[in-house]
Design a protein around this ligand. Structure first.
Ligand code: SF4
Length: 496
């Protein structure tokens, strides 16, 4: 029997090559330079796997050709061809190889008019990268002798609202990319030849950092290629568009002190950021801050929510990726001079978190005084979502919405700006600037994305670890957010 040669390019390395040929080369020859995968990326990968498995239900009864070992896709190619020859009508993880290019496809189906290819994506729309992805699949499949009648992306329909058992026919949208593939396929043979040449070269192509480092994906060689860029550089200038940043970089400007302000088109906040860093100066608008702090009505609540956004809706009345509250922390202060009290809520992972959340929140917030949040759009948006789904709590929740005020305003408006804020008004930058002794560094969970992934893994039953201890870490993280707000307001009050 003829042994099939190992592939040179896969669908994912081809896409890597389209983004950057240096990345393609390094991935093959210097994999040790790759950045570590973050827990957030791991969570995205595992979400993608779950979605892929669920989508198989659209075409039930298929034969799975996943290879036993990740290193032996050729076995998968042979099994796929054998299944086709046998007359199998639905194949999952069908693999094809042509001209050294391997492409695995999520679902291959023999319909009345012939073969149809389906690639599943956990996103909510078809992107240019997915079209290219489908094109390389089409190239490998059709050149393996399969007459494909259509090729489609199966993606999540974010307008679907779960109501009763999950309806996968509503959850997924099937979008044909056949016409676009016919346009893109023309360039594939040349691209394949070019990428093979890159891989055979004795050194990586010389490519400097550019906008491609983040487009369409954050490149995992950034730690290597960007090491000459200091931690704080022109790339951290707030709201400066990428092309402008690279214009500066290509003129040799890397640090903020190298910027010629008179010659650079920056908005007033960007000028403030640069001048503040270069001169080590802070900007404080005492009058605006006094107006803000004097306008607050006590008793004051400091409130923060944590949310999960599962791709596949878990609870009735929720949509894919909808951010759902599962936890809050609330500090309460009767007067600016009084001690603070603390309340909190963390749902059980085994039930819909929202009802318990709403009922306790209504009790804890009382009925008078302002409720301070940091970035009002987030908490307000979640409360309005809750009103839509649980109208029986509408009156009380609206009462809470009407009492919300945003502690972010003084920093967003640059009434208070110090060099330590590094152009950002997020609480994670404002806190160390105003209250350097208080940080998130001592916490096991010290970031919102991590809190969300952790709780979601408990809900999904994939959490591995000490659950009571981790729930305590979740409580401590959220509590730190509202305590930070108490301390930040304390600093603003001192200015009055
Ligand atoms: S970090 Fe940028 S230049 Fe380096 S390999 Fe990745 S995309 Fe290419």
């Amino acid at each position: 029997m003829k042994i099939m040669q190992k592939h040179v390019l896969s669908k994912s390395t081809f896409i890597r090559g389209v983004q950057c040929e240096k990345s393609l080369y390094l991935n093959k020859h210097a994999r040790n330079l790759r950045d570590e995968i973050s827990p957030e990326q791991m969570a995205v990968f595992s979400q993608g796997t779950n979605v892929g498995e669920l989508a198989q239900g659209l075409f039930p009864g298929g034969v799975d050709c996943t290879p036993e070992s990740f290193y032996n896709f050729q076995e998968s190619v042979e099994r796929t061809l054998a299944e086709i020859a046998k007359g199998t009508k639905v194949i999952y993880e069908a693999a094809f190889q042509f001209n050294g290019v391997l492409a695995a496809l999520d679902i291959l189906v023999l319909e009345d008019d012939g073969w149809h290819a389906y690639e599943v994506k956990s996103s909510t729309k078809v992107s240019e990268t997915y079209e290219m992805d489908a094109t390389i699949q089409y190239y490998a499949i059709t050149n393996s002798g399969i007459d494909l009648k259509d090729i489609s992306i199966v993606h999540i329909n974010n307008q679907y609202t779960k109501n009763g058992p999950l309806d996968i026919h509503e959850l997924f949208t099937i979008e044909s990319v056949y016409d676009r593939v016919q346009e893109l396929i023309v360039g594939i043979p040349n691209q394949v030849a070019r990428f093979k040449k890159v891989l055979l070269a004795d050194k990586a192509p010389s490519m400097d950092i550019s906008e491609r480092c983040n487009k369409p994906y954050s490149c995992d060689f950034a730690g290597h290629c960007w090491k000459h860029i200091p931690e704080y550089s022109i790339f951290n200038i707030a709201r400066l568009r990428q092309p402008k940043k690279f214009d500066l970089y290509n003129q040799g400007v890397v640090t903020l002190d190298q910027i010629d302000i008179a010659q650079t088109d920056l908005n007033p906040n960007q000028v403030l950021q640069v001048e503040s860093e270069v001169n080590g100066t802070s900007h404080i608008d005492f009058e605006e801050i006094r107006n803000f702090t004097n306008g607050l009505n006590y008793p004051l609540c400091f409130l923060d929510f944590e949310t999960i956004g599962p791709a596949i809706p878990i609870y009735n009345g929720s949509r894919p990726y909808q951010q759902l509250v599962f936890q809050y922390s609330l500090h309460i202060q009767e007067t600016s001079a009084s001690d603070i009290e603390h309340r909190e809520y963390l749902a059980s992972p085994t039930e819909d978190p929202r009802i318990g959340f709403i009922e306790q929140l209504i009790k804890d917030c009382g009925s008078i005084g302002d409720i301070l949040v940091y970035n009002i759009g987030f908490e307000k948006g979640k409360l309005i979502d809750l009103i839509d789904i649980f109208p029986q709590y509408s009156k009380q929740l609206r009462g809470i919405v009407n009492r919300l005020k945003d502690l972010m305003i003084p920093f967003q408006q640059k009434w208070y700006y110090t060099p330590e804020m590094k152009g950002s008004y997020s609480i994670k930058h404002v806190l160390p600037a105003l209250v350097p002794k208080l940080s998130y560094n001592d916490l096991e969970i010290n970031e919102g994305g991590n809190a969300s992934n952790t709780f979601l893994s408990m809900v999904n039953g994939t959490f591995r670890g000490n659950e009571p201890q981790t729930r305590q870490s979740l409580l401590e993280y959220c509590k730190r957010d509202t305590y930070a707000m108490v301390k930040i307001l304390g600093k603003l009050n001192e200015l009055g």
